[in-house]
Design a protein around this ligand. Structure first.
Ligand SMILES: Cc1cc2nc3c(=O)[nH]c(=O)nc-3n(C[C@H](O)[C@H](O)[C@H](O)COP(=O)(O)OP(=O)(O)OC[C@H]3O[C@@H](n4cnc5c(N)ncnc54)[C@H](O)[C@@H]3O)c2cc1C
Length: 380
């Protein structure tokens, strides 16, 4: 057991923080209000190697692990959760599904472009009628000759409108249940493939979330990703890593909210002294800092286990559940510590308060995390 960061991890955190404060912070509210997708910034992150952290160098990645990946997501999200979720969906969902389940040709075609940010990726599992019950997917894919035809629609896909590559799940063998769903790689411009409604959201407004539509979308046989019928099961494995990134997203936003609250509590004076001198405010800060620390430890443990090649279904679900719920509480208290100013857009905490709620919903709600954890506990 070693609780120390390596010098490289310390340096990585410093570098990402500097980038986020210089390149993202000045634009956060403008992007949020106009719902501007920060395309240029994402390309810059790609050039710096932050979009391919977990992939090998020969595929254009940085050859790092999930602890480093979590540090990157945390530091981006500490400044802007929208950038955090864009990078998370791109890296640990789309790119990682191709890396884990793709054949050599698919890895060589897609990973170098995705890892460097030349291409942006999205990952489409959720449908209007299949959210928590993702095995209820209706989008279908029919094989004739060596060509697949996809019909259906996905909803709530992060990056949909800016993606060059989409990984989507579709039913290939109805009646085979969870083993009747396959994954496909769809490139922008594929016939019959388009995006639909872009959602107007409560938070994470600079990230684009929306529909992906397949109308007689034709794909070459080689666009099947992984084994036929294993797309859903593979998705669950991809989500094991994805949940580590949502925990990191939660921790990053919670850290941003906590930092702002701590700073404010020292300068805001009432009754002739800084509010940080009131025990009621100190207790809030203590609980926030403690929960933040606990969330981080849970997540780095899951990340370390994943880097060692272990199955982390229980640990990543626990990290995601705890970190997201704690982050919602921390952002709430950060607003409370700011009093009326916490409700005003001149201060950063109102945005954290809005943005962080997604973390208890995306990549499996808190209720579904509990279901996943319960299954693991009872199995053991
Ligand atoms: C901003 C944003 C980005 C997203 N990005 C992506 C993406 O990139 N790709 C993607 O595929 N999806 C994405 N999603 C979808 C997200 O993963 C789903 O919204 C989530 O899984 C919940 O599904 P749902 O919205 O259909 O809710 P529902 O499944 O309808 O759930 C509604 C409520 O019922 C509860 N519930 C459901 N089933 C059970 C049960 N068995 N036991 C107890 N409670 C239950 C839920 O916990 C929830 O409280 C995104 C969503 C948002 C909002």
């Amino acid at each position: 057991m070693d609780f120390e960061y390596t010098p490289e991890q310390v340096q990585l955190r410093r570098a990402v923080r500097q980038f986020a404060e210089a390149e993202i912070l000045p634009h956060v509210m403008e992007w949020d209000e106009a719902q501007t997708f920060p395309l240029e910034t994402i390309h810059k992150l790609g050039k710096l190697g932050y979009l391919g952290s977990i992939f090998p160098e020969e595929l254009g990645g940085a050859g790092l692990g999930y602890v480093e990946y979590s540090i990157i997501i945390e530091e981006l999200s500490r400044v802007d959760g929208s950038v955090g979720i864009i990078v998370a969906a791109h890296t640990s969902l789309c790119s990682n599904h191709i890396f884990k389940m793709g054949d050599d040709e698919q890895r060589r075609r897609y990973l170098p472009k995705l890892a460097t940010g030349e291409w942006i990726g999205c990952w489409s599992l959720t449908e209007p009628e299949a959210g928590s019950d993702a095995a209820g997917t209706r989008t279908k894919a029919i094989l004739s000759g060596n060509e697949w035809t996809l019909n259906g629609a996905k909803t709530f896909t992060t990056n949909a409108h800016y993606a060059d590559v989409c990984v989507a799940m579709a039913v290939t063998d109805r009646g085979a249940g969870q083993h009747g769903i396959s994954a496909f790689i769809i490139e922008k411009g594929a016939p019959g493939f388009r995006t639909g409604k872009k959602e107007n959201k409560l938070g994470l407004r600079a990230s684009a979330t929306g529909e992906v539509i397949f109308s007689d979308c034709r794909l070459a046989g080689s666009q099947l990703l992984g084994k036929r019928g294993e797309g859903f099961v593979d998705s669950l494995k991809v989500l094991d890593g994805g949940r580590i990134s949502i925990a990191a997203l939660s921790i990053g936003m919670a850290q941003g909210a906590y930092d702002a609250a701590l700073k404010y509590s020292k300068v805001r004076k009432q009754f002739g002294r800084p509010i940080s001198e009131f025990q009621a405010i100190q207790y809030k800060l203590v609980d926030m800092a403690t929960e933040l620390e606990a969330a981080r430890l849970l997540n780095y443990r899951a990340a370390t286990m994943l880097d060692r090649g272990e199955r982390v279904t229980r640990q990543s679900a626990m990290a995601k559940l705890f970190a997201s719920e704690a982050a919602v509480r921390i952002a709430n208290e950060a607003v409370q510590i700011h009093g009326g100013y916490g409700f005003i857009k001149d201060y950063p905490v109102e945005k954290f308060y809005r943005d962080v709620k997604l973390c208890t919903i995306g990549e499996g709600t808190s209720e579904i995390q509990r279901l996943v954890i319960a299954r693991q506990l009872l199995k053991d």
